[in-house]
Design a protein. Structure first.
Length: 295
């Protein structure tokens, strides 16, 4: 049965770990003109890093500022340095090495997590991440969202599935904990297609998965389509049932790093019920408990 991230962290690190969202000051090939200049159709422009610390601050300053926000809750005192905004391997190697090293040298940082794209992981970067993994555990988060080419074109993902296959294979060979982001509810996909994506991830060597329902955020091209009635949104009951099907499709030891979205509430247009994260998690966890899953 897939396991929760909290259980995984408890077993691996001896307690709960809090993520500190950091910003390495990078952009992404879907925004800087390399592959596109409008970004993915759902991306808010903050590069999925709506909670990351201010861009101008140093890594150490960002760690301290982010720690101050969660320190009262964190009894364990250990954190994950999470480079979240945009594509966090999209910079020259020495820049990446300096940023990541600064983060893992902090005594309260127990692990490093780097969010990126499969087409931005050249071999020297993979070798760097594998080297850092021998100092402190490194997780690499890949934004896949879907395995279906038509949906990938619609969302303007900007790379083919073969890039994911190659990256997943190398990351697995190097022993890095790979976490794959999948978006459920993308326009044009039925439940069977979504479950196919999840099953594919489970067989690709990835150790973890983040499942998130499509959010329509203000200021995105998706918002324009939604206003034109072209983006159907899911009800909470349907989402919980779909999550159950997705978990059924995953291998036993898969780590579930997320079951809901985490978008900034102030920009959320739909579905509005996702704004009450606590209520959503309560409902989803209750439903999943009925199927024997405990998160
Ligand atoms: S790849 Fe990530 S940061 Fe770039 S546009 Fe897409 S969601 Fe935004």
């Amino acid at each position: 049965m897939p396991i929760s991230a909290n259980r995984y962290f408890r077993e691996r690190f001896g307690g709960k770990l809090y993520k500190l969202a950091l910003d390495g000051g990078m952009t992404c090939p879907n925004r800087d003109g390399t592959k596109g200049d409008r970004g993915c159709v759902f991306c808010s422009g903050a590069g999925s890093g709506d909670f990351a610390a201010a861009r101008r601050a140093s890594v150490l300053e960002q760690i301290e500022a982010a720690k101050a926000l969660v320190a009262p809750k964190n009894r364990n005192g250990a954190y994950i340095a999470y480079f979240q905004s945009f594509t966090n391997t999209y910079a020259p190697l020495p820049v990446l090495e300096a940023l990541f090293t600064e983060a893992i040298q902090h005594p309260d940082i127990a692990a490093l997590s780097v969010a990126t794209r499969p087409d931005c992981l050249p071999e020297p970067v993979l070798v760097l991440l594998a080297r850092l993994d021998r100092i402190k555990p490194v997780m690499v988060e890949l934004g896949l969202q879907t395995i279906h080419p038509a949906t990938a074109a619609f969302i303007r993902r900007g790379y083919p599935l073969s890039d994911y296959d190659r990256a997943a294979e190398r990351l697995t060979a190097l022993g890095l904990h790979t976490v794959v982001h999948v978006i459920l509810g993308l326009p044009g996909e039925n439940e069977q297609m979504m479950v196919q994506t999840v099953r594919y991830v489970g067989r690709s060597g990835a150790k973890g998965i983040k499942l998130q329902l499509l959010h329509v955020l203000e200021g995105t091209d998706l918002a324009t389509l939604w206003r034109a009635g072209q983006v159907p949104v899911m009800a909470l009951t349907d989402y919980a049932r779909l999550l159950g099907r997705c978990l059924d499709a995953l291998p036993e030891d898969m780590v579930i790093h997320r079951l809901t979205g985490d978008g900034a509430k102030k920009n959320l247009l739909a579905p509005l019920w996702t704004g009450d994260k606590k209520a959503v998690l309560n409902y989803v966890n209750n439903y999943l408990r009925g199927k024997g899953y405990v998160f």
